[in-house]
Design a protein around this ligand. Structure first.
Ligand code: NAD
Length: 483
């Protein structure tokens, strides 16, 4: 029998606040299809309470009065408390969204802790004010960094813990206060975050969590008490949020979808490349924004590459996401599974063929599984080469020469990630320089906490991670002093 994790309050103003309505959000296991949890669904009054708590905390001496080293020490305590709960957070995420557990232990258990420590150290070592010689009149200008204010952080379900921490860690390091709204599908794991915040002694109202769907997200984005919005999710929702923030002249960071290319150069080693592609194109069952899901291979060796990619995909262990041997789990929800299946059907109707997969995973009738799929027989203008599937679906395309490969990689509405595979690293870097994308990997793809991450074109606006990710939560003020 499944045990139900039932949460009955929100985390607002440093305490467990009862909800203002009876509405609830069920959390469904994508592996067993059983309900595993339930959380209260926020009404607008709950969002208002969370924003109001965040606003009061922003100016209160127990938060605003901390200098940078004191704030950094508090963030380290928060990281320590989160670390103690790393396994709980990882297993909660796997239960909620079907993420393979070994990935969840790193991405959802350990990575949020690392991010908090990274930003704590960064802010402690960056002065709040610097003095510059003023031009052309002489004198001095004090350039001061101040927190941007109350941050609305809206996260998707695919990496709920780490993607919310992409926002929380730099925001807190900058001295902001935060209202987090997780996705309804993954509403449980933020309670572990809130428990760690409480145990660490984060001042009341500095971090608040409310649950809800798009409507509650819209209310939060447009709230008069919010100063900045940080969003990760679909391009469609990002456009909506961007419109609202444009109207309000409210700073916004948008990390959106992608359809990144893997450019396999003619000198690439077949075995090493397909092994690398397993991580670079199918991580988290393909539900990762920067996946290289358009695989561009040299036309002259098409069949070698299609065979090798198909064999790699067929070899991935599929099954229970709690089993450490599992590489491919179920998709996160029934709705998302049905969306991916509908996309495969549309692709097939338009002439796409598959060398493996193409529908539900045989032998996995329970759980929202889709068979890892390799699509061929289409060109770069086709539906499955242009649209983000956000599942275990790779589209293999061919190119004539390296220039043609770069042209095809750039012929996309998106520009988030991408990879190049080659025996010659310099050649790889040269290709990387020519691709229109916010990030790119040579024979590998892995985010770096110390370097900016984000998209160009329809993949988003702004950057997270690195010092640039901290700057997104700071306002700059220039104070002019006479000569
Ligand atoms: P989604 O856009 O449907 O939802 C994301 C979050 O936004 C959820 O919390 C949702 O409740 C909320 N939301 C939805 N519409 C909203 C609106 N109009 N106003 C305010 N809030 C709203 O996305 P999803 O299906 O949860 O996640 C998958 C998408 O996220 C994919 O397109 C993927 O590429 C993208 N993603 C991008 C990155 C990145 O860093 N660029 C990372 C992970 C996922």
């Amino acid at each position: 029998m499944t045990t139900l994790t039932e949460r009955t309050a929100f985390f607002i103003d440093g305490r467990w606040a009862p909800p203002s309505s009876d509405a609830v959000i069920p959390v469904i296991s994508p592996f067993t299809e059983q309900q595993i949890g339930q959380v209260p669904a926020a009404a607008t009054a709950d969002v208002d309470a969370a924003v109001s708590a965040a606003r009061s905390a922003l100016r209160r001496p127990d938060w605003a009065g901390l200098d940078r080293p004191e704030r950094a020490a508090l963030l380290h305590r928060f990281a320590d408390e989160l670390e103690k709960r790393g396994e709980e957070r990882a297993t909660t995420v796997t239960a909620e969204n079907g993420m393979p557990i070994e990935l969840a232990r790193f991405a959802e258990g350990a990575a949020p802790v690392q991010l908090l420590r990274y930003y704590a150290d960064l802010v402690a070592s960056t002065p709040q004010e610097e003095r510059r010689a003023a031009q052309p009149l002489g004198g001095t200008t004090v350039v001061r960094r101040e927190p941007v204010g109350v941050v609305a952080a809206i996260a998707p379900w695919n990496f709920p813990a780490v993607l919310s921490m992409f926002k929380i860690a730099p925001a807190l390091a900058a001295g902001c206060t935060v209202v987090v709204k997780p996705s309804p599908e993954t509403s449980l794991d933020s309670y572990v975050l809130a428990e760690a915040a409480l145990a660490a002694g984060l001042p009341a109202g500095v971090l608040n969590v409310v649950n809800g769907g798009a409507d509650i997200g819209r209310h939060l984005v447009a709230h008069p008490g919010v100063d900045k919005v940080a969003f990760t999710g679909s391009t469609a929702a990002g456009r909506d949020i961007g419109r609202t923030c444009g109207e309000l002249v409210r700073p916004v960071t948008l990390e959106l979808g992608g359809k990144s290319a893997a450019i396999v150069l003619d000198d690439a080693d077949v075995e090493q490349t397909v092994a690398g592609l397993a991580g670079a194109s199918l991580l988290n069952t393909g539900q990762t924004c920067y996946m290289s899901t358009r695989i561009l291979v040299p036309a002259a060796r098409r069949s070698t590459w299609v065979d090798a990619i198909t064999a790699m995909v067929e070899g991935l262990p599929i099954g229970d996401p709690m089993d450490p041997g599992t590489a491919v789990g179920p998709l996160a929800s029934e709705r998302h599974r049905d969306r991916v299946l509908a996309m495969l059907e549309r692709g097939a109707a338009e002439g796409a063929t598959t060398t493996t997969g193409g529908g539900r995973a045989p032998g996995h009738d329970r759980g929202f599984f889709v068979a890892p799929t390799v699509v061929t027989g289409v060109d770069n203008d086709s539906y499955l080469a242009r649209e983000e599937v956000f599942g275990p679906v790779l589209t293999v395309l061919t190119y004539d020469d390296a220039d043609d490969a770069v042209r095809l990689a750039n012929d996309s509405a998106y520009g988030l990630g991408g990879t190049v595979w080659t025996a010659d690293e310099e050649r790889g870097i040269d290709v990387a320089r020519r691709v229109e994308s916010g990030s790119f990997g040579v024979n590998y793809f892995g985010l770096d906490w110390g370097s900016p991450f984000g998209g160009v074109k329809a993949s988003g606006v702004g950057r997270e991670l690195g010092p640039e990710g901290l700057a997104a939560y700071e306002q700059l003020k220039s104070i002019f002093l006479p000569a």
